[in-house]
Design a binder for this molecule. Structure first.
Ligand SMILES: Nc1ncnc2c1ncn2[C@@H]1O[C@H](COP(=O)(O)OP(=O)(O)OP(=O)(O)O)[C@@H](O)[C@H]1O
Length: 249
């Protein structure tokens, strides 16, 4: 199927149409996708995600999940096709406008936390607030860290925090500007099972509290099952789209 999916009954926050991502063919000339002009990482992916919806993206390693997320984040541009987030077509924006739009609209959480190593927990969470020109930065960042249970770790550097604590700082940083969209790429991939579960409980709780739209890449079926919908990606295509939790009939 083409990934248009089930109507969620909510206004769309993400509308992606016929996304292709093609990279130059490998020097060996061997190209499993059969495109002589290059290697198709994504092949005509279309999807709509409703405001406030949580979508789990599952699929084999190398199927294109992270690449799709990068296009939705505007961190990569598609070779063909269009991404519209909250009514804005990302391809219409130059790099500066795109960065501003992303700061206003999108939070991102990665498997490897991606905290700035020379900054304390508080300073890491302050970064998006300062970029947004917020005068209330310290109080807001402190409250965000308290909300993830880290009010006792404000002055700690990432190396002085456990993996679960680092990911909670990353969640605080992602949510502190209350973005409409949160993109998460295997956020529990580097955590043990129990820590991963508590980080995920926190992420879903913040997502529901703020009504954030969530796109979550995961290899964990239990995590995908906590989403409203589950998209299967295989060989650069969306091959199935299942409604789950709240949209179940
Ligand atoms: N810039 C690039 N140049 C060439 N190939 C790339 C590039 N980026 C990604 N790929 C290839 O595209 C395919 C999809 O990669 P992607 O990281 O999106 O997969 P994934 O589904 O997220 O995998 P995983 O579950 O292992 O993280 C892979 O085969 C990868 O090697």
């Amino acid at each position: 199927m083409d990934g248009e999916g089930f109507p969620s009954g909510r206004p769309a926050l993400i509308e992606a149409e016929d996304l292709w991502l093609t990279v130059p063919a490998r020097p060996s000339g061997v190209n499993p996708t059969g495109n002589p002009g290059g290697l198709d990482i994504l092949s005509g992916v279309s999807l709509r995600v409703g405001e406030g919806e949580a979508v789990g993206i599952v699929g084999p390693s190398g199927s294109g999940k992270t690449s799709l997320l990068m296009l939705l984040a505007g961190l990569e541009r598609p070779t063909r096709g269009r991404v519209r987030i909250a009514g804005t077509v990302l391809g219409d924006l130059d790099e500066n406008a795109l960065a501003r739009f992303r700061r206003r609209t999108t939070g991102i959480v990665f498997q490897s936390f991606q905290l700035i190593p020379t900054m304390t927990a508080l300073e890491n969470v302050l970064v998006p607030l300062e970029l947004a020109g917020r005068a209330d930065g310290v109080a807001t960042a402190t409250a965000a860290l308290a909300a993830v249970g880290l009010d006792g770790r404000l002055g700690h550097l990432p190396t002085e925090l456990s993996g679960g604590e680092q990911q909670r700082v990353a969640l605080a940083r992602a949510f502190v500007t209350q973005p409409r969209l949160l993109l998460a790429d295997e956020p529990t991939g580097n955590l043990d099972t129990r820590t991963g579960e508590s980080v995920m409980a926190l992420m879903f709780s913040l997502q529901q509290q703020y009504g954030t739209t969530l796109v979550l890449i995961t290899h964990d079926p239990a995590l995908a099952a906590r989403c409203d919908r589950r998209l299967h990606v295989r060989d650069g295509r969306v091959t199935a789209d299942h409604p789950l939790r709240r949209d179940d009939p």
